[in-house]
Write a protein that binds this ligand. Sequence first.
Ligand code: PRP
Ligand code: URA
Length: 206
Amino acid sequence: MAIHLCSHPLAQHLLTGLRSTETNPQHFRPLARRLTTLLALEATADLPTMASPITTPLEPMEGQVLAHGIVVIPILRAGLAMLEPFLELFPDVSVGYIGLERDHATAVAASYYCKLPQVQGCTTLVVDPMLATGGSAGQAIDHVKAAGATDVRLVCVVAAPEGVAAVEAAHPDVPIYAAALDRELNAKKYICPGLGDFGDRLYGTL
Ligand code: PRP
Ligand code: URA
């Protein structure tokens, strides 16, 4: 499976807080932000750099700077929880938005918004905390590839095996970064053990 799990012990510590029913939105948001920082570092650990000559206070040297632009695309609405840590780590990123919402009865995602920046030649990170059936992530990746993205990565908090398999089948070139690969989907296509509806827990719309 093309999934990279974050091995830092802090990731499991933070995820445990997100999973607990005792965590209210006020505490859920900072936990999500801190966990996303770890995931963002993991998902970008192999970004290419290029030489950049500079002078330190002592002497000239060949520094290294990131070689390509970075685009971050949160899938609305829950993906918004993951945007800020990327902006803090990579202030130069361009940001696109893709709006997708799962139908409560069928769990099939419908697209309601798409606004993308220039993606050609960039590393494009699609961010969405929950990879359940993979329908939302698959559609989002379709959009960014149609816009010309070639180096596409998916960053999520919790993934289900069904979603990983779906993304891998449709987009075998797209690596997935997550904090956990959970057991399975239930009959309503929620991830088990999961953490419930991420968007509802984030925004208090339960
Ligand atoms: C959730 C989640 C993902 C999607 C995952 O969003 O944030 O986008 O479900 O499910 P899938 O892999 O089966 O497509 P939801 O549609 O509930 O919308 P929201 O972010 O507005 O809450
Ligand atoms: N979306 C969520 O927010 N949680 C799930 O378990 C599945 C889809």
